[in-house]
Structures are given as structure tokens and as C-alpha cells.
Design a protein around this ligand. Structure first.
Ligand SMILES: NC(=O)c1ccc[n+]([C@@H]2O[C@H](COP(=O)([O-])OP(=O)(O)OC[C@H]3O[C@@H](n4cnc5c(N)ncnc54)[C@H](OP(=O)(O)O)[C@@H]3O)[C@@H](O)[C@H]2O)c1
Length: 249
């Protein structure tokens, strides 16, 4: 007898999340494709079903307590547990507008809009906290669940402090630094329950987030996300990785 394994990917209607959903479905997971917009979510799930995968969309706005509560209830009614949670949804307001003609980032921290930073934190920081807390009962109902936080190289303080070439994106970068700290905090709590929690840096990837200026493909980006979502027992927890290994915090 085979047991259906369930995976939830937030912000999965496009970009790295969509590719992660595709890859997990190809590995045999039933994938719950989280999306805040009904039309975009349904269309993305339909497209993956058209490729032969077991995918359903789940209405999920990670910035809304009500939406996350409703999604938790909806999933609990349809799945016995959650084996994988990928906190992928993320935003970078104003990022594309701040890119110069050569693709360099041209907005200094002193000119970042606080409203943009607050909006960024609501999705990139409080979103994964809200979602992980809400879905924890379902994660605990599975054996050895895996949680992946989709972070960024820009979250690395070591890199930002030691590299003048690294783009100085204060709001977005610091949101991922906070997400890294949150990864460690959840990992410490959940290790005794056999749940791993790791942060993935997908690399600069061509998606809407950066006006497709990234040089990597979503297939390359999803590699480390999927790897951390499918760790064997005894795999690392509380780490920060790209596909080549651990990254400096
Ligand atoms: N692209 C890169 O170079 C890069 C590098 C490092 C890390 N990352 C991270 O990778 C993740 C995916 O980004 P991406 O590059 O694939 O960007 P993307 O193509 O813009 O996709 C972002 C996804 O997040 C969703 N989203 C935004 N706000 C949401 C909310 N409140 N609730 C639920 N979903 C929400 C978007 O939904 P809508 O379609 O409804 O807007 C979309 O599905 C993000 O966490 C990002 O920070 C990206």
C-alpha cells in the first residue's frame, strides 16, 4: 500500500514556486498549489494537471490571517497531514523600478520607501511565520515533515558586509535575513518532532520579481528548494543552503 504524500507550496502560481510545485508533483507528491488569486491559482493548477500531475490549488494569501486560517481548515478537511511545506511566496516592491539600464540596482537604502519595506516584511517575514504556525498541526500529523523557507543570497549579512558588489537592497535583503533567523528558531523547536526547517537560496533567477533580469532558470532555482523539501531522515536542519552547499549567514 502506498500512502499519498502531500506538499504545499505558497505563491506557486508562477516563477520558482510553480517550478517547485511541478518538481514535487513529478516526485509523486500531491501538490497543493497556494495562490492568493483564484484565477491565477486555478489556471496554474490546471496547467500542471495537464502535464499529468496531481495538483490542486489552495486559496492562500500569506499576508492575511483570515486567508491562512481558511486555507488551513480547507486542507485539514482534505488531507490527513502535510509532508512538505515550502514557504515560497515573496515580493520585492520597487526592485524592478530601481534597476538601471545595465541591470545594476540603483536605489540606496536612504531612499527606500518605508511603506514598501513594511509590505515586504508582511509577505516575506510574517507570511512564513503565519503559515508555518497555522499548518503546524498538519505537519505534526505526518512523520518527518520538511519545511523550506525560500530565502535569498541577499539575506546573508556576511555577504552584504563583505562584498561591495552585492546589491544593497535594504528592505528585501533584511526581510530574508529575518527569514533566516526565523528558520533557525523554528528548526530548534521542531527538531525533536523530526521536522527539518531549512532556508534555500535559489540564486538570481529570471522571474517577474526582477523583471526577468536574473540569469538563472527556474529549473536551476528549484533544485535546492526541492532537495531541502525531500531530505532523508537525519538530514540537516536550521541551515542555509544553495545547491553547492551551506552559505555564510
Ligand atoms: N527571482 C529571484 O532572483 C529570487 C532570488 C532569491 C530568492 N527569490 C525568492 O523566491 C521566491 C519566489 O520568487 P519568484 O522569483 O518566483 O517571484 P515571482 O515570479 O514574482 O513569484 C512570486 C509568487 O509569490 C506570490 N505572492 C506574492 N505575494 C503573495 C501573498 N501575499 N500571498 C501569497 N502569494 C503571494 C505571487 O503571487 P501573484 O502572482 O498573485 O503576485 C507569486 O506567485 C520569493 O520568496 C523570492 O523572494 C527569488
Amino acid at each position: 500500500m502506498t500512502t499519498q504524500r502531500n506538499a504545499l507550496v505558497t505563491g506557486a502560481n508562477k516563477g520558482i514556486g510553480l517550478e517547485t510545485a511541478r518538481r514535487l508533483a513529478a516526485l509523486g507528491f500531491k501538490v497543493w498549489l497556494g495562490a492568493r488569486d483564484a484565477e491565477r491559482g486555478a489556471a496554474a493548477a490546471e496547467a500542471l494537471r495537464g502535464e499529468g500531475f496531481d495538483v490542486e490549488w489552495l486559496e492562500l494569501d500569506v499576508a492575511s490571517d483570515e486567508s491562512v486560517a481558511a486555507a488551513t481548515k480547507a486542507l485539514a478537511a482534505r488531507a490527513p497531514g502535510l509532508d512538505v511545506l515550502v514557504n515560497n511566496a515573496g515580493i520585492a516592491p520597487g526592485y524592478v523600478e530601481a534597476l538601471g539600464p545595465d541591470g545594476s540596482y540603483e536605489r540606496p537604502p536612504s531612499q527606500e520607501d518605508i511603506a514598501d519595506i513594511k509590505a515586504t516584511y508582511d509577505v516575506n517575514v510574517f507570511g512564513p511565520v503565519r503559515v508555518t504556525q497555522a499548518f503546524l498541526p498538519l505537519l505534526l500529523a505526518s512523520s518527518g515533515a520538511r519545511v523550506v523557507m525560500v530565502s535569498s543570497n541577499l539575506g546573508s549579512l556576511a555577504r552584504a558586509a563583505g562584498n561591495s558588489q552585492s546589491p544593497n537592497v535594504m528592505g528585501y535583503g533584511s526581510s530574508k535575513t529575518a527569514l533566516n533567523a526565523i528558520t533557525v528558531a523554528f528548526a530548534r523547536e521542531l527538531a525533536p518532532m523530526g521536522i527539518t526547517v531549512n532556508a534555500a537560496a535559489p540564486g538570481y533567477t529570471a522571474t517577474d520579481l526582477n523583471g526577468h533580469k536574473g540569469h538563472r532558470t527556474v529549473q536551476q532555482a528549484a533544485e535546492i528548494v526541492v532537495r531541502l523539501a525531500t531530505l532523508d531522515a537525519g538530514g540537516p536542519t536550521g541551515g542555509y543552503f544553495d545547491e553547492n552547499g551551506p552559505l555564510p549567514w
